[in-house]
Design a binder for this molecule. Structure first.
Ligand SMILES: [Mn+2]
Length: 327
């Protein structure tokens, strides 16, 4: 919990901070925000990750100092693990042998840390980093504000998603007050695509189909598409959200081939449709409206199975709503 995190920061000196592979805006923004906070308290801290930081986040203050590692290669008093369902998610060897501080806002997170602070009411880990800063009596510097604001924008889809609360907006307001520039940060995150990403998007969108009801869309990215475009790792992020922009579409399945017959699946939904439950059936997890898992097997067969699960979930919500309207 928060008080334990405050206490251990006060009692220790050398900190590592890491997040999951293929880090997103919350992973990078929160890690860097925490790094700046620790340094402002006179501590030694660095961010380590096992895969490249997406271009969109490379301009965040401190991003150029993020170290790419495959194993723990320094002595830390503690390593913060940001936004990870388990200790293997960062894909850093020997991380499990460290004193770890697990900070996450996913309810499905395992309590793998030596210390665990999970707040599933937070819109982003960024919101928790802000709370930590306040709890420890730190000053929210411009650097912290930029990084944490980026985390909030990324995880709430620019304050579009249902995880956006009055607290999220209050924190965002405080960050803007100390110097975070909303227009600049949004520009950095969203208008920063490589041309390779546009080319990859063209190929992926070409595969989009819908189920008979028209409510469930599915699309895929093959290894060949990735090879043919000049897209970089992380350039497929957010493709899953594109079909949801259609009024008819209520849920989306995006399958990305990572190896022959192995796919990373992203699931998105609107309203009450719970895709986290479906992801969990396949050993994954996430939030009600945004979840992911990894599946293996014949592409068409796996896709058919996933589509039928999601269609079932959509139907269930519509049936419940119908029942309510008669009640
Ligand atoms: Mn997050």
């Amino acid at each position: 919990m928060l008080s334990q995190v405050v206490e251990l920061i006060e009692n220790k000196q050398f900190f590592g901070i890491t997040t999951h592979v293929r880090p997103d805006g919350d992973g990078v923004g929160s890690s860097l925000g925490l790094c700046w906070l620790l340094r402002s308290l006179g501590k030694s801290a660095e961010v380590i990750v096992s895969s490249n930081v997406p271009v969109s986040y490379q301009k965040l203050p401190g991003a150029d100092e993020i170290r790419l590692v495959s194993e723990i290669d320094r002595e830390y008093d503690a390593v913060f693990v940001i936004e990870c369902s388990d200790v293997l998610r960062p894909e850093i060897i020997n991380l499990d042998k460290q004193f770890t501080v697990n900070i996450d806002h996913h309810a499905t997170c395992e309590h793998f840390g030596t210390v665990n602070w999970i707040d599933s009411t937070a819109s982003a880990v960024g919101e928790m980093i802000y709370n930590l800063c306040k709890a420890i009596g730190g000053r929210v510097t411009k650097e912290i504000a930029d990084c944490v604001y980026c985390a909030l924008v990324a995880d709430t889809g620019s304050f579009h998603y249902p995880n956006t609360t009055d607290r999220t907006l209050k924190v965002a307001s405080e960050l803007v007050k100390v110097g975070a520039k909303p227009a600049e940060i949004s520009e950095m995150i969203y208008n920063n695509y490589s041309w390779g990403r546009i080319e990859l998007m063209r190929e992926v969108l070409n595969t989009v189909r819908r189920d008979d009801s028209g409510k469930v869309a599915f699309l895929r990215q093959t290894l060949a598409m990735k090879r043919l475009s000049s897209a970089l790792e992380g350039d497929n992020a957010n493709f899953v959200n594109i079909p949801l922009m259609s009024a008819e579409c209520e849920a989306v399945i995006f399958m990305r081939e990572v190896e022959d017959e192995i796919y990373r699946v992203s699931l998105r939904s609107k309203g009450k449709i719970n895709v986290a439950k479906i992801a969990e059936q396949y050993g994954g997890g996430g939030h009600k409206n945004a979840a992911g898992c990894c599946v293996k097997g014949d592409w068409d067969e796996v896709e058919l199975e996933l589509v039928s699960e999601v269609v079932k979930a959509v139907k269930k919500v519509h049936e419940e709503e119908l029942e309510l309207s008669f009640a």
